[in-house]
Design a protein around this ligand. Sequence first.
Ligand code: NIG
Ligand code: FE
Length: 392
Amino acid sequence: MTLLIDNIGELLTNDGPPLIDAAVVVDGERIGWVGPSSSAPAADRRVDAGGAAALPGFVDSHAHLVFAGDRAHEFAARMAGEPYTGGGIRTTVAATRAATDHELRHAAARLVAEARRQGTTTVEIKSGYGLSVDDEARSLRIARELTEETTFLGAHVVPSGVDPAAYVALVQGPMLAACSPYAKWIDVFCERGAFDGDQAREILTAGAKAGLGLRVHANQLGPGPGVRLAVELGAASADHCTHLDDSDVDALAGSATVATLLPGAEFSTRSPYPDARRLLDAGVTVALATDCNPGSSYTSSMPFCIALAVREMRMTPAEAVHAATAGGARALRRDDIGVLRAGARADLIVLDAPSYLHLAYRPGVPLIRTVLHNGVPSDHPATALDRTEGQP
Ligand code: NIG
Ligand code: FE
């Protein structure tokens, strides 16, 4: 079954400059053809985009979606002047442990659906609110039902009443063994009050031995060794990157480690934003992601993060949209997503707007008209299906 989407006013492919008056042919789960509308091949079905803009689906490479409870009061206290410390993680751990599998699955699936309606076609999901062997493995089993991009974050914080050294041993021993069958990645919150550089190195090294790829929560709340450790160990991504010195930027610039910026966290904790310009100007590959979690960033919206990156972090709209698509793909070491070219996954969004610029120009407005995920239009009002016509 092939589907032609034509009359696309502006098409971002991340595989060359934007195309004007373009068309895409979807062949099953893959992109079959991309080019000018005027030379589009015939297909089984046709959708007229009506001059709207289209682009690759968003790749949200950092999210914590398996949890129970909410921390709205903690947010309100922050907005009244309290600082964010990460201490609230333990509140979510208690609620998550008390939840049934069904409750956790249902809540996570709702967040994935919420993200999908906002154009996210790939989402990475971390554990990290279980912090026991069984609760971490359960979180990852549930995450695995929702995405292939699953990350073991047993090293989120040391649970209350547990000796830190004993916990580090548990994470890299029995917990890793129970979780690695469901995980593609391992992550550590390398931060004062969570895990220091030596502990993070031990845990990440054990994860790599177990066959997992590496990611690091690095330099979020203050300066520290996280970014340099991520680069040294060849991590796919160093995430947050809010407090960087010159040696951190130099290390990232000479590496294949992506700097994943999470402006929803700075927004929701009322903190200074990371210096995206410095990273981009140094040649670092930058990704944007939501960090969706009940504490520091309870948004699933990639368009919101794009708008923040443009307005608050001085990224151009083109840089921000690239970071939210191709950048996220690089952070997950994927070359089949975040790009529209023949052979790539048919993950594509059509906007209710003539240009991708509107994603930042019209913040807070639901601009996602159509989401195609693996070639299948989402069940969403005004989707491509409503506009399907027979082949002329
Ligand atoms: O990425 N920094 C650590 N983890 C999350 C916050 C988790 C929470 O506050 O519940 C983050 O911001
Ligand atoms: Fe996070």
